[in-house]
Design a protein around this ligand. Structure first.
Ligand code: A3P
Length: 294
């Protein structure tokens, strides 16, 4: 798998100057924490957990997500350039990106393994990711790439077999690529399903990786602020992806939508599921990363 970011440019990204700018110019600080995920894998939940641990529960509760944890490779619909936004943040910064690891190679390879930005990766099973993405992209008016198929059976095939058309990069290359860095001292891999099942455990591991002393109060506050219900009701999180809030979402659609493991069972037909299983097995051949589907 190529570690040259230029090889990762897809049809969708090839026109996005911001992506090339991030790859070439974004200046990371040694104390940055970078949440890197394939979209719909639990990014926001992980940003909130890290925000509580690093920036504190008060700031997490009272500041819009984008203001305290900018999405560095996303600029459409935002009032300010997110790279600029990131530049003005106090340190340590909690940053979000959906770019594959090749785009961050400079800070992983140019520096010593122990000194430099820390990367938190979240992996979620591809079936639930594609379901979550379907609801996201059909529920918001924000996506202005190619038209989004409004039938799930068309959507998932398009997103999986023609990545770059209706979603970002290829989910398998993305996760396999990060997985190959799982033993790097500055890389920590979380699984969405583990967070949903036992968040306290994952918060403890995260705090250890980030070097944060986790008191009982901080653990309690983190669990409280990152509960599904709290995040859904918090206007600083739900809908806040582009800050124009509810106007960007169709009535009844939610960014913080269901938060479950296995919603794919309500979307794929038996035949589609078998087809997807075969494809997943093919794409994950030779890789010891195992997804959790239920
Ligand atoms: P669903 O659409 O399956 O509900 P991302 O932040 O990467 O876009 O991921 C969004 C997914 O994470 C959505 O999944 C969302 O509901 C889920 N999520 C967000 N906050 C959550 C929480 N506190 N607990 C469980 N799932 C959460």
């Amino acid at each position: 798998m190529s570690l040259n970011w230029k090889d990762w440019i897809t049809p969708r990204y090839s026109t996005d100057a911001i992506v090339q700018k991030v790859a070439e110019e974004f200046e990371y600080f040694d104390d940055d924490i970078v949440v890197s995920t394939y979209h719909k894998s639990g990014t926001t939940l992980t940003q909130e957990m890290i925000s509580c641990l690093i920036l504190g529960p008060e700031k997490t509760k009272n500041t819009a997500l984008l203001r305290r944890s900018p999405f560095i490779d996303f600029y459409k619909h935002l009032p300010r350039d997110p790279m600029e936004e990131a530049r003005t943040l106090p340190r340590p910064r909690v940053l979000k990106t959906h770019l594959p690891p090749a785009f961050h190679m400079r800070h992983l390879s140019d520096r010593s393994p122990d000194v430099g930005p820390k990367n938190v990766i979240v992996i979620r099973n591809p079936k639930d990711v594609v379901v979550s993405a379907f609801h996201h992209f059909t529920g918001t008016k924000l996506f202005d790439g190619k038209p989004i198929p409004d039938k799930f059976s068309e959507y998932w095939r398009s997103a999986i077999f023609q990545p770059g058309n209706v979603s970002h990069h290829d989910i398998f290359d993305f996760n396999r690529s990060w997985w190959s860095f799982k033993d790097h001292p500055r890389v920590f891999v979380l699984f969405y399903e583990d967070i949903v099942r036992n968040k306290a455990d994952q918060v403890r591991k995260l705090a250890k990786f980030l070097g944060v002393e986790l008191t009982d109060e901080l653990l309690e506050a983190t669990l409280d602020l990152t509960s599904f219900q709290t995040m859904r009701e918090n206007p600083n999180v739900n809908y806040s992806i582009a800050e124009r809030a509810k106007d960007d979402w169709k009535p009844g659609s939610n960014f913080i939508r269901k938060g479950e493991i296995g919603d794919w069972k309500n979307h794929f037909t038996v035949a589609e599921n078998e087809e997807f299983d075969r494809y997943i097995a093919e794409r994950m051949r030779g890789c010891d990363l195992k997804f959790t589907f239920e």
